[in-house]
Design a binder for this molecule. Structure first.
Ligand code: SF4
Length: 437
């Protein structure tokens, strides 16, 4: 049977889909190019925004017309689960992925000849081997869940409380990836800064985990997402700048530039604290004369957000000069604390506020990227486009389009590039020579 996995949402869902793919292949499934060519479609759902949920509903409608077998998993709210259970063949909890073969069989979905004994699948879902979608860049989850209960967010309700993965198992997975030639490891967690792994009686924090990973031999980039500003310590900043292997890229969601709104959001920090963290990061970068990139998430139109609250978000963006920002219009999510607030910022206002922040981002991202003009940059080659241009990324996740295709460059290699053009969303360069890191 041919399968296709449609993933919505964050990197954590993408990483979970790699585990689902592994299980399906072990029981004889073959990956289809797209949903149309598949017999079985697994939808890995995201409920963080209502727009993503709408997309899931319309996809299910289309797949049903095509008479596909449909399986749902991911961050699914109980209310959606109830509405969808009669429309799909199966809904399963990602943490019970080891039971997927049995569940598929029970509802009459025969995948094919099993390559493994199903009982050998690990009970702890993060220990199920992923079928990595890339050989040179891999997501390695270090924890799941979240304890923070930000007022607008469904994650603690759909993913549960924080559970940190054993540092030794994280190291084992990373070692295997590096041995196979992986060049970039991206550690994943909803709030990596609160990682608390255990080795026997000893508790390992996130800084210690980073140090353990960079002590592994080999030349590779190590990155991580997502950090919570309230938990980003000086120790962690020092650790990031202590090793060439750790990418100087911080994704640090601010969500609002107004203390009043941050309090209503239950974010646990004030704007001044956030600014201080950014100052420390930039100071450390300038001391070491290295580039740093900072990205963020911002919500516009949170209940009761006034023009003055919004202007504080806008001026914060002007001040911090983010390299990237994921700017979303607030949408009320069931179960969350904010769902009891009146969603009283009308949609045209949300639209205008979002547009204004996009304009600021356009300007700051362009100015930040212009700093790379005529300079050399190390680029990890990630692919080729239809026109034959090579594409890659720097250690700061800057997209680079490369003009000179020398026909020798291979995906997954590092090259040295001279930057000749900058736009807000990327750079253009020419290959100078190959580089090991
Ligand atoms: S930190 Fe807040 S926004 Fe992030 S996953 Fe946890 S509850 Fe959601």
């Amino acid at each position: 049977m041919k399968y296709f996995i449609q993933t919505f949402g964050c990197q954590m869902n993408k990483s979970d889909s790699e585990r689902i793919a592994f299980v399906l292949e072990q029981i004889g499934g073959q990956k289809a190019q797209d949903a149309e060519q598949a017999d079985l479609v697994v939808i890995n759902v995201c409920s963080v925004r209502q727009s993503a949920v709408h997309r899931v509903y319309s996809l299910i409608k289309k797949l049903k017309e095509q008479k596909k077998k449909i399986v749902l998993t991911g961050c699914l709210l109980p209310s959606d689960r109830k509405k969808l259970q009669d429309k799909v063949n199966l809904i399963f909890n990602i943490k019970e992925i080891f039971q997927l073969p049995k569940k598929l069989k029970k509802i009459g979905i025969a995948i094919g000849q099993s390559k493994i004994s199903v009982s050998s699948l690990r009970k702890n879902y993060l220990e199920i081997k992923p079928l990595y979608s890339s050989f040179f860049s891999a997501y390695v989850p270090i924890m799941t869940g979240c304890n923070n209960f930000c007022a607008y967010c469904v994650v603690p309700y759909v993913r549960g409380r924080e559970v940190s993965r054993s540092p030794l198992l994280v190291l084992k997975e990373t070692k295997k990836l590096l041995a196979k030639g992986c060049k970039r490891i991206i550690l994943l967690g909803q709030n990596v800064n609160s990682y608390q792994g255990e080795i026997g009686e000893k508790t390992i924090d996130f800084s210690q985990l980073l140090k353990m990973i960079v002590s592994l031999p080999g030349k590779f980039w190590l990155s991580f997402i997502t950090s919570h500003p309230k938990d980003l310590s000086d120790k962690l900043i020092k650790t990031v700048f202590s090793s060439d292997k750790i990418c100087k890229y911080f994704h640090l969601p601010i969500q609002s530039g107004s203390d009043r709104i941050l309090k209503k959001m239950n974010r646990g920090y004030k704007v001044e604290q956030y600014k201080k963290i950014i100052e420390k990061i930039k100071k450390e970068a300038s001391k070491k004369k290295i580039d740093v990139a900072i990205s963020t998430d911002i919500i516009v139109g949170f209940p009761s957000e006034t023009n003055s609250d919004f202007e504080k978000s806008a001026s914060l963006m002007e001040k911090i000069k983010f390299d990237m920002a994921y700017i979303a219009q607030y949408s009320s999510r069931p179960l969350t604390f904010a769902s009891s607030f009146k969603d009283n910022v009308d949609s045209s206002k949300k639209e205008k506020r979002q547009e204004k922040l996009f304009k600021i981002l356009f300007k700051t991202a362009l100015n930040n990227n212009k700093k790379y003009l005529n300079k050399e940059a190390r680029v990890l080659i990630t692919g080729f486009d239809k026109k034959g241009f090579i594409h890659g990324e720097t250690s700061l996740f800057k997209n680079v389009r490369i003009l000179n295709n020398d026909n020798l460059t291979r995906v997954g290699e590092f090259v040295k590039v001279k930057i000749v053009k900058a736009t807000p969303w990327g750079l253009t360069g020419r290959i100078l020579y190959f580089s090991e890191t």
